[in-house]
Structures are given as C-alpha cells and as structure tokens.
Design a protein around this ligand. Structure first.
Ligand SMILES: [Zn+2]
Length: 322
C-alpha cells in the first residue's frame, strides 16, 4: 500500500515533469533506511504503536540492535534485521529504562541476544518498576505474562564501553543525566554516527518526568563534542548535528522561559491555563530553532520544569526518588 502510493506519486511527478520532495521531518513509520553500509535506521511507529526507533549495526560476525522497543516493536525490528543480514543478533542496547525502549528485553533474550545498558538503566528500573509495568494497558506487554521488565543482562559503569572487532568500533557512552539517569549513547567514530535514544529526539517527543532538565543542555553539549555526521534519535527522523544543538537549545530556553514566568509570579495552574489558551509558547520566548521540539506536550513540559525549579531538585527525583 505504502509502496503503491509512492510509485503512483513518482509516476505522477514524472508525468508533469516536477519533483516531489518529502520533508525530512515527515514521519516514515516502519521503514528501514541505510545510513552507511552496515548501519540501518528503522523508524518506529510512535503514533499508532508507541514504538521507538531502532538502529541495526552489522559487525563482522553479529548484529547489534539499539533499543529493545516494546515487545511488538522488538518483533518488527527483529524481522527487519533478519531481512538485512543472516548474522545473529548478539547485543541489544537499552538507551534507557522506558517501556518503549526496554519492555521488549525478554523478547530479545529469548532469541539468544544479550541485553546491554549503562548501569544507570538497571538502577532506574529499580526506582520505577514494577509499578509502571503493572500499570500498562498494552496487550503486547500483558501477553508476555511476566511480572516486570527484564533488566539488562550486561551493564557497564565505566563510559565508554567499547565493542571493536577490527572491522567496526562501537562505543557506548554515558554523558550525564538528561532524559533519565541511565541515558546511553551509541557512537561509531569512524562513521561519525551517534544513536541518542530520547536524550536527543528529533521532534516534540521530550518526556521530562524522569529527567534533569537543568542538566539536559550540558549532556547535549557533551554529545556535540563528538565528530557527527548522522544523528539517529530515539524518536523522529534522522538528522545531523543540528538536532543535538537544537535539542540542547530547546531545553535551555524552556528552563529560562519558565524561570521568567516564576519571577512574574505565575503558578503551575497559570501555566496549564496558558497552555490551554495557546499563549504559553509565546510567553516562553523560544527562538525559531526550537520550533521542532514544540508540540502538544508543551504545557506538561513547562509544568515539569516549574516543579524542578521550585522544588530545587532534578525532576526525576520528584517522580522517582533518589
Ligand atoms: Zn522513547
């Protein structure tokens, strides 16, 4: 169906002698795109399925998958990986503990893979689980008939952890607390590719409840110090270094904007009302570069920022304790 429509449009474009461009920001759910030979980006269907993106990295003898996804997303990513290569999936890296990145863990380990993460991911699971697992209404999670998320089988606490088989070097980094206390990044120095999980998203996907909003721009700055040609985010389309810089800028601006509202005497209720009246965006005084990250979640993000500033601790400590 998708392909048919594409061909139809292509034919039409040829017929009238013009070219159609798809905006690079348009979602292309359930498509797989080669970034460089042996590295593929699979866009998850976040809208309908809540899935994250997956990255498939081909090593000499095996595959690495970035993010476990939800169980249903794990199966889709595994099926696509199988089409690309018959090498076994050896490692699946959880960029963080959220369900759309880690609840598929047991699906992968049952296939024989080792789930891998920065140690902070397991610690986050201890803070937030099994409560969130029990509260989910997702059928794919319920159908596993497991009582909680399966923690990563292998963790590292010294960053970076490195896999290098002579053909390809893959570095797993922790740059500090941004989206969660476990944010892991996958960096391929030769190819200048970085997979960022949700610490750097390309679009209005920032969920801040477990985050450290004040520190988020520092993490973006640390990421930006790498040589980067391709940014492969946990949600949204692939991009370049501008995605990292824009993400950091958005976080800086929402923080400063909310600080301004607090100084002007606004409460969380006021922010909620401003969000409903659609006056919030203007009063937070964003620069044009931040537009990509602004969406329906803005009021919730601003309230999380309000809570972090007024309670004087990272928001994750408000939502999940120390
Ligand atoms: Zn996510």
């Amino acid at each position: 169906m998708h392909r048919g429509r594409f061909l139809l449009l292509g034919g039409f474009a040829a017929l009238i002698g013009s070219v159609f461009f798809t905006s690079s920001t348009d979602a292309q759910p359930n498509t797989v795109q080669q970034i460089v030979p042996g590295v593929w980006f699979r866009e998850g269907d976040i809208k309908k399925e809540g899935h994250c993106n997956n990255i498939i990295i081909e090593m000499k003898d095996y595959l690495i998958i970035v993010d476990a996804n939800f169980p249903s997303g794990a199966r889709l990513a595994a099926a696509d990986a199988k089409k690309l290569s018959n090498k076994p999936i050896k490692y699946v890296f959880d960029t963080h503990h959220h369900g759309d990145h880690a609840y598929g863990n047991s699906v992968w380990t049952k296939m024989g893979a080792t789930t891998l993460a920065y140690a902070g991911v397991t610690q986050e699971m201890k803070r937030y689980e099994p409560k969130r697992w029990a509260e989910t209404n997702r059928k794919d999670v319920k159908d596993l008939k497991e009582s909680t998320v399966e923690p990563p089988k292998q963790t590292f606490d010294k960053s970076p952890f490195v896999l290098d088989d002579g053909n390809r070097r893959v570095e797993f980094h922790f740059y500090g607390w941004a989206h969660t206390r476990g944010d892991g990044f996958v960096y391929l120095p030769k190819e200048q590719i970085i997979a960022t999980g949700d610490a750097i998203a390309n679009g209005p996907f920032n969920y801040m409840a477990d985050g450290h909003i004040a520190n988020w721009p520092n993490v973006a700055d640390a990421v930006a110090k790498n040589k980067i040609k391709h940014v492969l985010p946990g949600h949204g389309r692939p991009g370049g270094i501008e995605v990292v810089k824009g993400q950091g800028k958005f976080m800086k601006e929402i923080y400063a904007g909310v600080q301004g509202l607090i100084k002007a005497g606004k409460t969380a209720d006021d922010i909620q009302k401003m969000g409903m009246a659609k006056s919030l965006e203007a009063s937070l005084k964003f620069s044009p570069e931040s537009k990509t990250w602004i969406g329906d979640g803005l009021a919730g993000q601003a309230i999380a920022t309000f809570e972090e500033i007024t309670q004087k601790k990272p928001h994750g400590e408000i939502s999940g304790g120390k």
